[in-house]
Design a protein around this ligand. Structure first.
Ligand code: KIV
Length: 274
């Protein structure tokens, strides 16, 4: 079955669609989005799931880590993205500090995201410590995406952005966490920066779809930060990023032309004037 075929060509992607895509062996295309205009374009291009990632902290706000992102900021970005879509499923990251305390805090944060942004699902990072929170959200009718492997909100615990779960101890923990999250009711699971063999094994062991980033080609779908895929933020060069455009160069060239036209008064011309 090709990527254009059922169930990928539905008019509206739901959590049920992504499950059907896994079951039918159709890879799921996920990209991050943070604003209305980009969301419209990504939706039009056929991206199945738009992730309003807390990577907004890096690519939108210029922070070094994702930790400064607030719930209000995530809700603002999510509102902009939801206004731009017709077809894609919109999943919103719960930011650092919004769910690591009591499970009811996660539920409160997720309810705000669903109610105020009109999002379709939330995502949170971690395994055993968040399973109770996942259960509460799922019980409340909120679809939840899990996230294991390199979880950027824990960067100060790791101390490095290197590949996770290379050693058997951490790989075993990840296998167990993946099962826990599935049992808690997650509808999908992001696997970030782990060995491809481990990601393939976890993918085969779960009935829910896995979405990989730096996790090889055997996950049920792939996700990239759209700024990386489009070549907008090129100071970050991990090997798992494929650049589908160099929009940085296109923008600098276009704006350079604009500046030069303003300088020599060739803009605006008679047609562009009243
Ligand atoms: O915040 C984000 O963009 C993410 C993806 C990289 C998976 O969590």
């Amino acid at each position: 079955m090709g990527a254009e075929a059922f169930p990928a060509n539905v008019p509206r992607v739901t959590t049920k669609t992504v499950q059907e895509m896994k079951d039918a062996g159709v890879p799921i295309a996920v990209l991050t989005a943070y604003d209305y205009t980009s969301a419209r374009l990504l939706d039009r291009a056929g991206v199945d799931v738009l992730l309003v990632g807390d990577s907004a902290a890096n690519v939108m706000a210029g922070h070094e880590t994702t930790l400064p992102m607030t719930l209000d900021q995530m809700i603002y970005h999510a509102q902009c993205v939801v206004r731009g879509i017709d077809r894609s499923l919109v999943v919103v990251d719960l930011p650092f500090g919004a769910y690591q305390g009591k499970p009811t805090e996660a539920l409160d944060a997720a309810i705000r995201v669903m109610k105020e942004a009109g999002a379709h699902a939330v995502k949170l990072e971690g395994g055993a410590p968040v399973t109770e929170a996942v259960e509460q959200m799922v019980t409340a009718g909120i679809p939840v995406m899990g996230h294991l492997g390199l979880t950027p909100q824990s960067i100060y615990d790791y101390g490095t952005y290197q590949v996770r779960a290379r050693d058997e101890g951490e790989a075993d923990e990840l296998r167990a966490d993946a099962k826990r999250l599935e049992e808690a009711g997650c509808f999908a699971l992001v696997l970030e920066k782990i060995p491809a063999d481990l990601a393939a094994e976890v993918t085969a062991s779960l009935s829910i779809p896995t979405i990989g980033i730096g996790a090889g080609d055997q996950t049920d779908g792939q996700v990239l930060v759209s700024h990386d895929a489009l070549g907008l933020s090129t100071d970050f060069e991990p090997r798992f990023v494929r650049r589908y455009a160099r929009l940085d160069e296109a923008i600098v060239d276009a704006i350079g032309e604009y500046v030069s036209d303003v300088r020599d008064r060739s803009f605006p011309d008679d047609e562009e004037s009243y």
